[in-house]
Design a protein around this ligand. Structure first.
Ligand SMILES: [Ca+2]
Ligand SMILES: [Ca+2]
Length: 94
């Protein structure tokens, strides 16, 4: 897997967002929205380069506690939340 790193646009010594490609297809992005060094949003893509899943910070300040799943049209269809910090999903929404 090739890892592409954006230029350090804000000149704080850290690269900003990371994009991972496999065989030319986008597989993963990691985005640090507020440039504090912690990833705030992670997006996963399937073999066709379509967005299938994203994780982001919601109620928790220090970790990604909500996961979104996407349909064929890359529309968010279902979130899951790990509300009690045990690393396992405990809340599903339908
Ligand atoms: Ca951040
Ligand atoms: Ca949990």
């Amino acid at each position: 897997m090739a890892i592409g790193v954006e230029p350090d646009v804000d000149r704080d010594g850290r690269p900003a967002d990371q994009y991972c490609y496999r065989e030319g297809i986008l597989k993963l992005t990691e985005i640090d929205e507020d440039s504090d060094g912690d990833i705030d949003v992670r997006e996963d893509y399937n073999a066709q380069g379509k967005l299938i899943k994203s994780q982001e910070k919601d109620r928790a300040a220090d970790r990604m506690d909500i996961t979104w799943f996407y349909n064929e049209s890359e529309e968010a269809v279902r979130p899951e939340r790990d509300g009690n910090r045990d690393g396992r999903v405990d809340t599903w929404y339908y």
